[in-house]
Write a protein that binds this ligand. Structure first.
Ligand SMILES: *Cc1c(COP(=O)(O)O)cnc(C)c1O
Length: 301
């Protein structure tokens, strides 16, 4: 199976032009960059495989995308997570709901990594948390080739790429195959963590992307009014919805460097919008709708 190249669109935000690679539009059923990372598993025959096993959080984009892969290939999908709150079980939303609709079998486990890897056998594909695995290289090489074409078509003179990282797998393989600089930042932990992730996948440090340092740290996936403001400002002025876990932190960091990073910025929109449903619920729970609306109003004044 092949994906058609995703569009590259010219955008404008806070007095600067930039280019947006719309990987969120890559495939209707996959969550953005997870389609790239799982592409390999769609391109091979895999006649011996009958089930796929993975683990991670109960609202993960990777979990949802794996459920799509399993459904498309007719595989069983088994997933382990630390907690499935009873409230979520009774009121499924977001990635969790969609993955269940695709036939996911989900189990709680104290040690999710151990539980998943214990099921490894000949007919079973075990995918590490967040899709951190060497097979991701296949699809990201294709993304790098698309970007080279985009850069030529749009006559970009001095291009560089920015994308926020979780495991860092996407940024790493992109830099490996792209002649232009790739910048990223961690949304999960610090720069040391990101480097460790890369070292697990790649020996040659020349392929490592450049990390944007930031003065302030954010807790992974934790609602923050500051991040929400950036998110709604982006939507208001670009009419594009970004994801509330990775993109908001990415944009927050990118804006710190907005005037110092010279050249043609290409931002990779990695999808993940299905996950916004559950994030917005958490925002409403934490701040209340009234406060969120009030904050948006204040910005107009
Ligand atoms: C998974 C994901 C990321 C992080 O990708 P990594 O390869 O783990 O760095 C970023 N953005 C979105 C929307 C994602 O779903």
């Amino acid at each position: 199976m092949q994906f058609s190249p995703s569009p590259l669109q010219k955008q404008h935000f806070r007095n600067r032009d930039f280019y947006l690679k719309r990987d969120d539009l890559l495939h209707a059923d996959f969550s953005g960059n997870k389609a790239r990372k799982l592409h390999y598993f769609l391109s091979q025959e895999y006649l011996h495989v009958r089930r796929v096993v993975s683990y991670g959080s109960n609202q993960s984009n990777a979990m949802y995308s794996l459920s799509v892969l399993a459904r498309m290939r007719g595989w069983e999908f088994i997933y382990f997570c630390k907690q499935i709150p009873s409230f979520l079980q009774q009121n499924p939303i977001g990635n969790y709901k969609a993955a269940l609709q695709n036939g996911m079998k989900i189990y709680q486990s104290e040690d999710t990594n151990l539980s998943a890897n214990a099921l490894a056998r000949k007919d079973t594909l075990v995918v590490q948390e967040g899709g951190r695995q060497s097979e991701a290289e296949f699809g990201l090489k294709i993304l790098a080739q698309e970007l080279q074409d985009d850069i030529r078509t749009h006559h970009l003179q001095n291009p560089f790429v920015f994308l926020p990282s979780g495991t860092g797998t996407t940024a790493l393989y992109l830099q490996k195959y792209l002649q232009y600089p790739v910048f990223t930042c961690s949304t999960v932990a610090d720069d040391v963590y990101l480097k460790k992730q890369w070292q697990m996948l790649e020996q040659n440090e020349e392929f490592f992307p450049k990390i944007l340092d930031i003065s302030q740290k954010f807790h992974y996936a934790k609602p923050s009014l500051e991040l929400y403001k950036i998110w709604s400002e982006l939507e208001q002025y670009t009419h594009i919805q970004y994801d509330l876990i990775y993109d908001v932190v990415g944009w927050r960091k990118l804006l710190e460097y907005w005037h110092t990073l010279q050249g043609d910025l290409i931002y990779i929109h990695q999808g993940g919008l299905l996950g916004n449903e559950s994030m917005l619920e958490r925002y409403k729970y934490k701040y209340g709708i009234i406060e969120l609306l009030k904050d948006e109003k204040n910005e107009d004044i």
